[in-house]
Ligand binder design. Structure first.
Ligand SMILES: Nc1ncnc2c1ncn2[C@@H]1O[C@H](COP(=O)(O)OP(=O)(O)OP(=O)(O)O)[C@@H](O)[C@H]1O
Ligand SMILES: [Mg+2]
Length: 261
């Protein structure tokens, strides 16, 4: 489904060009859940943004291939990209307050992708949106449908973002630090939600997180990034039980629960 080959990302907005991602490779099949971990600044978000087709800055040089269903997202047209975004590939970021429009009601924002990608009538769109809001386990959905983002809690906003990203049934969901700002119980319930969507709808998930415990609970496979490079990759359990690189060992040792492994 997704094949990222030799992705290199380089900024040209300073005097000296700065490479932030080197030779990034990733293969994902339908239904896969892959995690990306690594220290702050290691290039996780940049890689994710590139895969979502959201790095359109002119001061950035992108080399390599991002093949999605045979189409290279680095060289295809903007029209082709827009056809995929929100329909085939959904993306959710850490802080929903930045991704949600504060001036628009939740219902409108959840329906937006339907407006762009389907011919559904406004009544049908509302039906789908209400069902989607229920699907992400929100209560009181009629109120939430009419609410503005500031009227919701952080956890509710993150569920709304998931509803908006999943409403067109994308095949791939990219989730970048979506649980970082939430408390532990809300984190756990969002994780269960992702697992359920993966099982029931077969959506593949690229899950980026600082939290190795969450990655361990959710992901089948993990990529470890350091300074713009993937330094280790493996099946989650194997990698956590027997890390091969010093960097991964340190990463695991910094978490108390993993010391005994
Ligand atoms: N405009 C820019 N010019 C040069 N370098 C940049 C620019 N914007 C971001 N970077 C660099 O790109 C690198 C990768 O950033 P990225 O956001 O992908 O890290 P990350 O792994 O997601 O970190 P975090 O865990 O903190 O979210 C960082 O070193 C950052 O400083
Ligand atoms: Mg990031």
């Amino acid at each position: 489904m997704l094949d990222v080959i030799d992705l290199n990302l380089e900024f040209h907005d300073h005097l000296i060009p700065e490479t932030v991602v080197y030779d990034f490779d990733l293969h994902m099949d339908e239904g896969d859940i892959v995690g990306i971990v690594g220290e702050s600044g290691s290039g996780k978000s940049m890689s994710a943004l590139a895969i979502a087709g959201l790095l359109s800055r002119k001061d950035m040089q992108k080399r390599g291939k991002i093949l999605y269903g045979g189409l290279n997202l680095l060289s295809c047209s903007r029209t082709e990209l827009r056809r995929l975004q929100g329909k085939e590939i959904g993306m959710v970021f850490q802080e929903p307050m930045h991704s949600l429009n504060p001036l628009r009601r939740i219902g409108w924002q959840v329906e937006e992708a339907l407006l762009l990608h389907t011919d559904l009538s406004s009544v049908q769109r509302k039906e789908r949106a209400i069902r989607m809001l229920q699907d992400v386990e929100l209560k009181d959905v009629e109120r939430i449908y009419r609410a503005y983002p500031h009227e919701l809690s952080g956890g509710q906003r993150q569920r709304v973002m998931l509803a908006a990203a999943l409403i067109c049934n994308p095949k791939l969901l990219i989730a970048d630090e979506i649980t970082t700002a939430l408390d532990v119980t809300v984190q756990a319930s969002i994780l269960e939600l992702l697992k359920r969507f993966n099982k029931e709808r077969g959506v593949s998930i690229l899950f980026i997180s600082h939290d190795l415990n969450l990655v361990r609970k959710l992901c089948d496979r993990v990529l470890v990034m350091q300074k713009g490079r993937v330094v280790e990759e493996g099946m989650t359990e194997e990698l956590f039980a027997a890390p091969k690189t010093e960097y991964t060992k340190e990463l695991l040792e910094s978490i108390p629960q993993f010391r005994k492994l």
